[in-house]
Design a protein around this ligand. Structure first.
Ligand code: PBG
Length: 325
């Protein structure tokens, strides 16, 4: 048989496959989400996220040092607020001595080079489990944005490098940027969850922080998963308002959105490989139905191939371990 082109030549052995690989993962690609709890020496496995833990601050500091030694350079902090601090204003979110503020400071004090990013949304502090202030069953936009600005400034004061608003209120990026500027936090970045969809795959995360909405759902602020153009609009608007990095979330069912956003903005794009995506791989692997390590690398490579410059993932440590093998 005469063939002018034999495409298999470039697949014929591991060496040539590596040479022509279009996408490669490195430890620089990952943001590590961390769940932080009150107490000392506390390490609680999250039931729906086997192998992932909510740690007290002392344990977190040890973890952060280990992450750094592995080449991981950024963490994204989430805290579990005590029930008695929750209300409908979210005021614990900007408490100078709150768990988040203490955590930011402690991590930056012990490892100044580690980039500390913080989740900005009211849900862990809300007695309703919503990302905003509630009135007559509605999530108020403008009042919530004011609260998010206070929260962001308080994270900046504690030493955060990036704030990451995950709430999907309108106008919050511009308001946060203005708030940071007015308070002279000119070095603090904003990673906006720009295209955040109302997704069932957040379930395990809400277990981790006990932050499930007490009534209704999040569909009046998070996006409808049927939509694509809306994601581009959100991302472009956030860039105009001052976002340094825009995010698409979740990642796996939204690879097309990651690519579309990547092609339409000129800032780095991140994707959040979320809790439900983690849980699915863990569950199938536990059943012996898929090879966990291979699934991790294939998944993360696909997210990067789709256009993500950065990936927030609970698999960051596993991935770096596998890449160094
Ligand atoms: C809260 C927030 C959520 C996640 C990150 N920030 C949950 C939600 O919006 O209900 C989800 C992360 C994950 O599932 O891994 N604003």
């Amino acid at each position: 048989m005469y063939l002018q082109k034999r495409n298999r030549i470039l697949r014929s052995c591991a060496s040539i496959r590596s040479l022509v690989a279009e996408t490669t993962l490195t430890s620089n690609d990952f943001i590590v989400p961390l769940f932080i709890d009150e107490g000392e020496n506390v390490k609680t496995e999250i039931a729906s996220m086997p192998g992932y833990y909510r740690n007290s601050l002392d344990v977190t500091i040890r973890e952060v040092k280990e992450l750094w030694s592995m080449g991981l350079k950024s963490v994204l902090l989430f805290v579990k607020a005590k029930d008695e601090t929750k209300d409908n204003t979210g005021k614990e979110a900007w408490n100078k001595n709150g768990l988040m503020q203490r955590s930011i400071k402690a991590i930056k004090d012990s490892l100044p080079e580690m980039l500390v990013m913080t989740d900005v949304a009211l849900d862990p502090y809300s007695s309703y489990g919503h990302d905003g202030i509630v009135k007559d069953g509605e999530i108020l936009n403008d009042e919530t944005v004011e609260a998010l600005v206070k929260m962001s400034i308080s994270h900046a004061e504690a030493g955060a490098d990036f704030v990451a608003p995950s709430d999907m209120m309108d106008g919050r990026i511009g308001a946060i940027r203005k708030g940071l500027e007015e308070n002279n936090f000119t070095k603090v970045g904003i990673m906006s969850y720009s295209a955040k969809y109302a997704s069932c795959f957040y379930g395990p995360f809400r277990d981790a922080l006990d932050s499930a909405p007490g009534f209704g759902d999040k569909k009046t602020y998070q996006m409808n998963y049927a939509n694509r153009i809306e994601a581009i609009k959100e991302a472009q608007q956030d860039v105009e308002e001052g976002a340094d990095i825009v995010m698409v979330k979740p990642a796996l069912a939204y690879l097309d959105i990651i690519r579309e956003v990547k092609n339409s903005v000129h800032v780095p794009v991140s994707a959040y490989n979320i809790s439900g995506e983690y849980a699915m791989i863990k569950a199938a692997a536990k059943m012996g139905w898929i090879d966990e390590n291979k699934a991790i690398l294939e998944t993360l490579t696909a997210i990067k191939r789709a256009g993500a410059d950065l990936i927030a993932t609970y698999f960051a440590k596993d991935a770096v371990g596998l890449l160094n093998k």
